[in-house]
Design a protein around this ligand. Structure first.
Ligand SMILES: [Zn+2]
Length: 241
């Protein structure tokens, strides 16, 4: 289609559309095919300034692919021997705008299959990444638990694993995922154990529920927390509790 043909459709001057292959219009007005009189047409081609239905323009075997999916559009164009750009005149903007493509149905199917294969490849990669992260988590928790048991040999193994798992929860922002936690520093390990003992071995949580101020509650349980930590630090390992 020449740009003169496109002008005829809009009845107005318009910027030249640089498209390869046939151009197809979504008509703004009701139009009928100049050959078979079919219509009103939802899509038409122009020949000598006259509207043609897609069948009369030998484009009837093509299917419409709405614009929007860039990868699918590019691939459908690559796969399709014959490919028509579909445009519609936007009155307010005073220009033709692309609406999509007419492509061969088999080409669209192949393009969709390629995009699907990509999506499946991405899904497989995500699954592998998730597995890798899970393995990292397992290693991290084991290392953290071992660090707890080195500093606190008297801490029952079950408790150590539970504290490490709690500290290592991905994205929790707890001490275990901090840089110090990653490095399994003595400070980070001790902080995690101290917090676990405070919540699990003292009435700290109950005090908070009863309305005791946090600072006051911490003071009240500090002796018990310190005693448990001291015992765990000095006691020989008791093995799996
Ligand atoms: Zn026709």
């Amino acid at each position: 289609m020449s740009s003169a043909d496109s002008s005829a459709e809009s009845g107005a001057g318009f910027p030249v559309l640089a498209v390869r292959g046939p151009l197809v219009f979504q008509p703004v007005k009701r139009r009928r095919c100049g050959v078979c009189r079919g219509g009103p047409l939802t899509l038409l081609a122009l020949e000598d300034g006259q509207p043609r239905c897609l069948d009369c323009a030998d484009l009837g075997h093509l299917v419409f692919l709405q614009r929007g999916d860039t990868a699918l559009t590019r691939r459908a164009r690559e796969e399709s021997g014959l490919c028509a750009v579909v445009v519609r005149f936007h009155r307010r903007r005073g220009r033709y705008e692309r609406q999509g493509l007419l492509v061969e149905e088999t080409a669209l199917a192949r393009a969709e299959a390629r995009c699907l294969a990509d999506a499946e490849a991405r899904a497989r990669r995500r699954a592998r990444d998730a597995e890798r992260r899970a393995a990292e988590d397992v290693r991290f928790v084991a290392a953290f638990a071992a660090a707890i048991r080195r500093l606190f040999p008297g801490c029952p193994e079950e408790r150590a694993v539970a504290i490490a798992g709690h500290a290592g929860l991905r994205g929790s922002g707890r001490v275990g995922r901090s840089a110090a936690g990653r490095a399994l520093s003595e400070g980070a390990v001790t902080a995690a154990v101290r917090a676990a003992v405070r919540h699990g071995d003292t009435p700290y949580d109950r005090l908070l529920m009863e309305g005791v101020a946090r600072r006051e509650a911490r003071v009240r349980v500090a002796g018990t927390v310190g005693a448990v930590l001291d015992r765990w630090a000095t006691e020989a390992g008791t093995g799996a509790a």
